[in-house]
Ligand binder design. Structure first.
Ligand code: GDP
Length: 534
């Protein structure tokens, strides 16, 4: 069990000012636009448009990225740091497509909160719901941004009801929109009693804030047309009667989400949301670990790898391990213990993912994300400490739902293929199984699109054309149990047995019946659909 937030000691100021979060949304809701405005107001970029432009420059580098662009999906996750007021924000990007849900799940282990972006005309969409469920599994606090209020959108009460019913979470309005579509003028900031007006002339300009004292303040009439003002007063009164008031504790426990209404493209509502993240999203939280949890205020540095990205720069065969610092104050050049191998590792060239570019990190604190270039020593789920044997838990690997055999287009290149497959497996992009009988490999993924990405990447990053072929198997289960029992079981079922990329035994299944049969015939053996990353 983690400590309840109220029992936790005060954090050192450098740590307490950090907010590490991800954005979850359905494609097209406005995640990229919102990210760009965050960076703009965080001073990380000078002009809106740069994130997209940079993204495109990067994407043209390979076919795989081209594919990402064509499909309008973001396959690779990255991290961005920027300052806002007294806060240091760390935004970790999540792939939006459901075929990459395992990646998303692991990314969400590295954040303390999520921003849910919904389109005001569309409400809660399928992908929003799926990602929300993942956040719920981790009890992550969620702040909501209802975007595109400059367009015809749904009735505000209807949107709020839909979130409450669909996602079973209390919703409290942090702001209330005034008008919508062409008549949208801005919002009433319910938390700070301010009127926020949208500037339609300049999309990158922040709206004016006008301090008022309640909705009867005569100042309102100077800015809001009479009809809309009447409507605003009525709606806010109703909202205060019908909807719960903001309860920070309930937000931190993930039972309540405050909602802001805005228009990312017009920079409207973004600053209020950023203030909200500062005020209502949690400080860096303790990390679950064995044999004890790791608290951010601990003096000693500890961190864990939640993502590995290979070949970020195709010219250098390096990999970057994305590490969430769980505790302490990290300084460049520090010697850390890689707990799995018990080896010391000098972290001499860590990178911070500042929006402008990869930059060398001189220091970082609990809550930050740093990138550690390495040659394959660091794997997803690995823990780094200053010597203590601690293992961060809760970073699972899921059984694949689709399996295919893979072959090199050129049979002479089979060894190269093996290397590429293992590399992608370590990155978490796929599972690789070596059947105990025969040659060749079986690749397992969660979503079909992953096969395409994998094929394109093996070709572009290793120069190896590959073919995927249907496999008789549909899923895999990790085999556990007493050593003897597992060995007997494996010997009698060789045609179903394989080893995964960590060398663990798996049972390849064709249908549920296979699993039922094993459970019936081998009571000492258990088959599991998830495995903790080592
Ligand atoms: P993502 O797929 O969630 O990253 O969405 P994008 O940020 O790429 O936005 C999808 C589309 O919606 C783009 O054409 C944006 O220009 C547009 N868009 C984003 N925010 C707004 C908004 O506040 N109002 C309107 N009208 N369009 C928006």
């Amino acid at each position: 069990m983690l400590d309840a937030p109220s029992n936790r000691p005060a954090l050192p100021p450098e740590i307490a000012r950090r907010r590490t979060f991800a954005i979850i949304s359905h494609p097209d809701a406005g995640k990229t636009t919102l990210t760009e405005k965050f960076l703009l107001f965080g001073g990380a970029i000078q002009m809106a448009g740069q994130v997209r432009a940079k993204g495109e420059a990067r994407r043209t580098r390979s076919d795989y990225m081209q594919m990402e662009k064509d499909r309008g999906i973001s396959v690779s996750a990255s991290a961005m740091s920027f300052d806002f007021k007294n806060f240091r924000f760390n935004l970790v990007d999540t792939p939006g497509h459901s075929d990459f849900s395992e990646d998303t799940y692991r990314t969400l282990t590295a954040v303390d909160a999520a921003i849910m972006v919904i389109d005001g005309a569309k409400g809660v969409e399928s992908q929003t719901r799926k990602l929300f469920e993942v956040c719920r599994l981790r009890d992550l606090p969620i702040l909501t941004f209802c975007n595109k209020m400059d367009r015809e959108s749904r009735d505000v009460f209807e949107i709020i009801d839909e979130i409450q019913e669909n996602l079973a979470i209390d919703v409290t309005p942090a702001s209330w929109p005034i008008g919508m579509g062409r008549d949208f003028v801005g919002a009433y900031d319910m938390l700070n009693d301010r009127l926020e007006l949208m500037d339609r002339a300049d999309r990158n300009k922040v709206a004016d804030s006008i301090q008022i004292s309640g909705l009867d303040d005569p100042k309102l009439a100077e800015h809001v047309p009479a009809g809309l003002l009447e409507q605003l007063k009525e709606e806010v009164e109703m909202a205060r009667e019908l909807l719960p008031a903001l309860d920070k504790q309930a937000v931190l426990e993930g039972h309540m989400t405050p909602i802001w209404f805005g228009s990312a493209i017009n920079s409207f509502g973004v600053k209020e949301l950023m203030e909200g993240i500062g005020n209502y999203a949690p400080e860096p939280q303790p990390a679950r670990a064995e044999p004890r949890q790791i608290a951010p205020e601990e003096q000693k540095v500890a961190g864990f790898v939640f993502k590995v990205q290979a070949n970020m720069d195709p010219k250098h065969r390096d990999r970057v391990a994305f590490v969430r610092l769980a505790s302490g104050h990290f300084e460049r050049g520090m010697k850390l213990t890689h707990v799995r191998s018990k080896k010391a590792m000098t972290v001499s060239a860590p990178v911070l993912f500042l929006a402008s570019d990869r930059e060398l990190a001189e220091e970082a604190w609990a809550g930050d994300i740093i990138g550690i270039p390495n040659h394959g020593q660091l794997r997803i789920g690995d823990t780094l400490t200053e010597g203590e044997t601690l293992k961060v838990t809760g970073i699972p690997s899921f059984a694949p739902e689709l399996l295919q055999s893979v072959r090199a287009g050129d049979p002479m290149k089979a060894k190269h293929l093996e290397k590429a497959l293992y590399q992608f497996a370590e990155e978490g992009a796929a599972k690789v199984f070596k059947p105990s009988i025969g040659s060749g490999y079986i690749v397992g993924v969660v979503g079909a699109l992953q096969f395409e990405v994998l094929g394109a990447r093996i070709e572009s990053e290793y120069g190896l054309p590959v073919r995927f072929e249907p496999s008789q198997f549909t899923s895999a289960r990790w085999v556990h149990g007493p050593k003897d029992a597992v060995e007997t079981f494996a010997a009698k079922n060789t045609q179903h047995i394989a080893t995964d990329n960590d060398g663990d035994t798996v049972y390849l299944t064709r249908m549920q019946w296979d699993i039922d049969r094993v459970e019936r015939d081998y009571p000492e053996v258990t088959l599991s659909a998830t495995k903790e990353m080592m």
